[in-house]
Design a protein. Structure first.
Length: 480
């Protein structure tokens, strides 16, 4: 009983801000100490400055000073009871219990299916375009966009206004920055000079990719927990759990099994929704800024956040700061590119090499004109079958936008419409399925609308297509 009372006391928000800062600093030191003990020295390079941590003794001294100073100035509640309360809350979390099984089942199935496809079907040209290891297991996560994130994490951004090909400024910085930080924590080391030290070369890149995969999977799990908690605001437990299952099994959720930014984007957007709806505008502001730094469409999060603020009729400056935060993330990256390349919209110009432009809507509207007969439709479908999977995803989202808005509210519906408008308007059906996979209101609505039997049927269809997508994706065949 005494422990329960003390744990409850530790959970109360009575600790002043300086004490919480010292607790957080102590937590960071503890993580660094663990990484140094397991992996060796940690070196974080931030461009203009770098931090190197390799002395266990110094870390212990700093940790003792931080924890000792905090408990001397603010002895209650003690740090160990705060940690105990956090662990108990996590272990007793209903959201974690609901999302962990589908997360483990679907991500392991996707990776295992991908590995089986590599070992049985093989690559189109006998060898993959990029290889960082002779081990197919270590090489498995490095597919398509993961190579671009690895390039940014290792070499930073590079841009040439005269280049016609693809350039890495098209990819936003949040995920590769975390990937680089994760690689530093597992002591990836410095990039080898040349290719002479083959072991160092392989270790360096494999640890970067492994760090990216761990971060991506962790973000996806955290995002699923947010989806469940957000769904529970309006739905019962079965419907909320169904929303999570449908999101995990969605055909284009295959990208959540790779070091891609979709994982972080889902976490940031649903986190901003969840805290914005609860009036926790400071936390919503942080998630919104992260969304703006993660993907080009992240700035559009300002629309649903503004609708949530208007719905709450709040005059809090924090609320409108949260509304502006996604645009601030985009602006920060644009200002960085202005300083580095002289072109703040270099990221937008670079997207043209992937087939995205402002003429995307015209491309989409031109398609029906080609279907003058059933034969034309048949031939086009056979010629571009994967593009029509993207089309089916877009049709599903558009068809449910109105009933979704009626059921969940304008903020949820606006997130669907704005993202589809941006995606289709810039590239037609190109990669629309990937965009739809991050539109969590769609899955919350499906969880609410479908019966248990209908949910199982949808899961069977979704999962079979996701397995097909995994076989294509991991054997370097496009699934976009």
């Amino acid at each position: 009983m005494l422990i329960a009372d003390m744990t409850s006391t530790a959970a109360r928000p009575e600790l002043p801000l300086p004490a919480r800062v010292l607790d957080a600093f102590g937590g960071v030191l503890l993580v660094l100490l663990f990484c140094v003990l397991i992996f060796g020295p940690v070196r974080v390079d931030a461009g203009v400055a770098s931090l190197s941590v390799g002395s266990i003794v110094r870390l212990l001294v700093l940790l003792a000073a931080s924890v000792g100073g905090r408990h001397f100035l603010w002895p209650r509640p003690p740090l160990h009871l705060r940690c105990l309360a956090a662990v108990r809350a996590l272990s007793g979390s209903t959201a974690l219990r609901r999302v962990l099984p589908p997360f483990l089942a679907t991500r392991s199935a996707v990776l295992f299916t991908g590995l089986l496809a590599v070992l049985t079907i093989g690559f189109p040209d006998s060898d993959p375009p990029v290889r960082i290891s002779e081990s197919e297991v270590a090489n498995l996560p490095l597919r398509f966009d993961a190579g671009w994130y690895l390039d940014i994490a290792v070499h930073g951004y590079r841009w040439s206004p005269d280049a016609d090909g693809q350039q890495n400024v098209a990819f936003f910085p949040a995920f590769p920055a975390l990937m680089s930080l994760g690689a530093a924590l597992v002591n990836a080391g410095n990039e080898p000079e040349g290719l002479g030290a083959r072991l160092s070369y392989e270790r360096y890149y494999v640890r970067h990719v492994a760090a990216g995969l761990i971060i991506a999977l962790g973000a996806f799990l955290w995002g699923l927990a947010y989806v469940y908690r957000l769904a529970r605001e309006d739905l019962d437990d079965r419907s909320a759990a169904g929303a999570v299952l449908l999101l995990c099994a969605f055909p284009f959720a295959v990208f959540y099994g790779a070091p891609y930014s979709e994982n972080l984007f889902l976490l940031a957007t649903v986190g901003a929704f969840f805290h914005g709806r609860r009036g926790d505008w400071g936390v919503a502001c942080a998630w919104g800024a992260l969304a703006g730094l993660t993907r080009p469409n992240g700035f559009a999060l300002c629309v649903p956040l503004a609708l949530l603020a208007l719905q709450a009729r709040t005059r809090s400056p924090r609320a409108w700061l949260a509304v502006a935060a996604p645009i601030g993330g985009l602006a920060a990256f644009s200002l960085y590119l202005l300083a580095q390349t002289g072109n703040p919209l270099a990221w937008l110009d670079a997207h043209a090499a992937w087939g995205r432009s402002t003429g995307g809507t015209e491309m989409l509207l031109a398609v029906p004109l080609e279907f003058r007969s059933g034969e034309a439709l048949y031939n086009r479908t056979l010629g571009e079958p994967l593009r029509w999977l993207d089309g089916c995803a877009a049709i599903l989202a558009l068809a449910l936008a109105v009933p979704l808005t009626r059921r969940l509210g304008w903020a949820y519906g606006s997130w669907i419409v704005v993202n589809l408008a941006l995606a289709i308007g810039s590239g037609g059906l190109l990669s629309v399925g990937r965009v739809v996979s991050t539109l969590f209101p769609l899955f919350i609505y499906l969880g609410a609308r479908l019966t248990a039997g209908q949910t199982m049927l949808a899961l069977a269809v979704f999962a079979s297509l996701q397995g097909f997508g995994a076989a294509l994706f991991y054997t370097w065949r496009p699934f976009i």
